[in-house]
Design a binder for this molecule. Structure first.
Ligand code: 13P
Length: 255
């Protein structure tokens, strides 16, 4: 099964409006006519409208970094998936380790968010990954399985997870640290995740779903990572904030 690679930039809480627009313009210029890879950017909420406008007719996909699971209501400081959709988002990053660890998001809450996103027709990019302590205690697979079970609880009941769903394996110890999982380490976990999807849903879905790797992905390690069978793309933080490095990631086949 051929899965089209997806290179996604998670800008986190970075870039001012001018920088955001310049970056997306530069990406759009450099990939015009380039169809081999799907490209997504996830700017901060306040830049979404300007970035959407700058995207124009380019094929760059737009994602949010987080959302509330309700459509509207008394939730001060929150943004609903419907609101994100209204300004042009088609994708939504959910369960990022920074949300889980710094803002206390549990897999139960993430499950509600994934359910709400799918009901709206937003494509969830569900993040999972172990900490360094968990890795050193040999708990990587257990942690990944627990996160998958709890974050996709709603879908396991009816076995109705859409094939467009994206899973992102982001080992917490590799995020922003310059430490990357070796391609073999990442592949082992990606294979485990795909097997889990097969065992809990079906083999067709397991072959369709894209699994991204995230954690210090850079132009000099992307090709090796992407050569692994079960790595279908990258969720990139730092290297997505500059057009030259992000475009080199998108054009990883030419690196
Ligand atoms: P870095 O690429 O900066 O390590 O961040 C990865 C990440 O958290 C993407 O969501």
């Amino acid at each position: 099964m051929e899965r089209k690679p997806l290179i996604a930039g998670n800008w986190k809480m970075n870039l001012d409006l001018d920088e955001a627009v310049s970056l997306v313009n530069a990406i759009a210029d450099s990939i015009s006519g380039f169809q081999e890879v799907d490209v997504l950017v996830a700017p901060p909420f306040t830049a979404l409208t300007a970035v959407k406008q700058a995207i124009g007719n380019s094929k760059i996909l737009l994602g949010g970094q987080n959302m509330h699971w309700e459509m509207s209501g008394a939730f001060t400081g929150e943004i609903s998936g419907k609101m994100l959709q209204e300004i042009g988002c088609t994708h939504i990053i959910l369960g990022h380790s920074e949300r889980r660890m710094l803002f206390g998001e549990t897999s139960e809450v993430i499950d509600l968010k994934v359910k709400s996103a799918v009901a709206l027709g937003l494509v969830p990019i569900l993040c999972i990954g172990e900490t360094i302590e968990q890795k050193e205690a040999g708990q990587t697979f257990e942690v990944i399985e627990d996160q998958l079970v709890a974050s996709l609880k709603n879908f396991r009941v009816n076995k109705d997870l859409p094939p467009s769903t994206v899973l992102a394996y982001e080992p917490v110890w590799a995020i922003g640290t310059g430490l990357t999982a070796t391609p073999e380490q990442a592949q082992e976990v990606h294979y485990f995740i795909r097997k889990w999807v097969e065992n809990n849903f079906d083999s067709k879905l397991a072959q369709q779903i894209r699994i991204l790797y995230g954690g210090s992905v850079k132009p000099d390690n992307v090709k090796e990572l992407m050569s692994e069978t079960d790595i279908d793309g990258a969720l990139v933080g730092g290297a997505s904030l500059k057009s030259d490095s992000f475009v080199r990631l998108i054009r990883f086949q030419e690196v």
